[in-house]
Design a binder for this molecule. Sequence first.
Ligand code: FES
Ligand code: FES
Length: 175
Amino acid sequence: MGSIQGAETGRPDVGPRVALDLTVNGVARHLEIVPWTTLLDLLREQLDLTGTKKGCDHGQCGACTVLVDGVRVNSCLTLAALKDGCEVTTVEGLAGPEGLHPLQAAFVEHDAFQCGYCTPGQICSGVGLMNEGHATSAGEIRELMSGNLCRCGAYPNIVAAIEQAMHANEGAASR
Ligand code: FES
Ligand code: FES
């Protein structure tokens, strides 16, 4: 297996390795990593899944949000080795054979991005929010998405996109 090159992490990639099995976007992966590898660096540098963005690398911006067993996490704060056996979904894994995930389609429809840097994290976080099932209003979406920052200020469109996908999801669930 390839190693973390350390170009982006600034952390050394030498030392003992630990074995790790993950399912990433539906594909089983057996990996060997240095124990301090974050899930973010593993995804970007070892698996070339660069859709997930590194913003602050300190848990403050949400750009690195992915889903682990359906739950949204900041991958920059998550040690990959602690997720052995888990299922990881990144923005690259959300679309299905029938096309974009409904939230991805809603982001396009509502023009919910400008530079796009925060978008993968916003979308993964939005899917996690829908999985949680706690938000019932635009205000609650805003509150529960407050960990995902957008320097372009696309917040009204992001909330509108999530609201649309959330209600479409409820409609589908009740049919
Ligand atoms: S890069 Fe992880 S929260 Fe900012
Ligand atoms: S669209 Fe530019 S940071 Fe959100």
